[in-house]
Write a protein that binds this ligand. Sequence first.
Ligand SMILES: CC(C)(COP(=O)(O)OP(=O)(O)OC[C@H]1O[C@@H](n2cnc3c(N)ncnc32)[C@H](O)[C@@H]1OP(=O)(O)O)[C@@H](O)C(=O)NCCC(=O)NCCS
Length: 183
Amino acid sequence: MPRKDVTGVSRSKPPKPRKKKEPQELNRNECTSMEDIRPAICKDIQAVFELNLASFAEAWSHQALMDVLDHDYDLDVWHTTRGKLAAYYLGQDVLDEVHIMQLAVAPAFRRQGLGVRMTRYILDKKHHEGMRHVWLEVRTSNVAAQHLYTGLGFRISGTRKDYYTPKPSGFPREDALAMRYDL
Ligand SMILES: CC(C)(COP(=O)(O)OP(=O)(O)OC[C@H]1O[C@@H](n2cnc3c(N)ncnc32)[C@H](O)[C@@H]1OP(=O)(O)O)[C@@H](O)C(=O)NCCC(=O)NCCS
């Protein structure tokens, strides 16, 4: 029964506002330009931290990601036009080699070509910066990433035995495939 207030008028609870759901599909104009990819700044780190937690067993701490901004790493972010972090790249250049350490697309935006576009952006940029080779390691079970990279021309150059140690979160000890791309 709805409660009555002192005036005798029945007072039912106002309906709860419905939470607006973020659409899973990107709109045509959302996150379409690779020119929107830019180096991360301090206020991007919280969202990068959350996406790195959602994407990697070897997630970096918030502090470690903050420290990246003051050191010789690349941390590039790509937001949707509504300001949501869609993808980021974390890597390091050593001499003429690029090491892709993390490249992640937000779960809601996967399988829509952003992974390919972000990787192409990095390859292009590094080519223009004069880098010669790109390296990365990927879990043997990470089929999605292997398909992404082989589809772009990366080659498997070897296996690193027990590269990934077991995690309390349930990730087992696992080998890594080392992948290489010549720019
Ligand atoms: C790997 C990852 C970056 C791919 O991003 P994405 O935006 O979904 O990739 P794309 O939509 O550009 O897909 C490119 C290709 O990758 C492959 N691929 C992507 N997701 C896949 C999946 N779940 N299963 C199998 N292949 C997959 C496909 O070959 C795909 O091409 P197709 O769609 O024409 O079949 C994303 O799944 C991710 O962030 N994973 C967690 C973090 C990670 O593993 N990063 C890579 C190691 S650094």
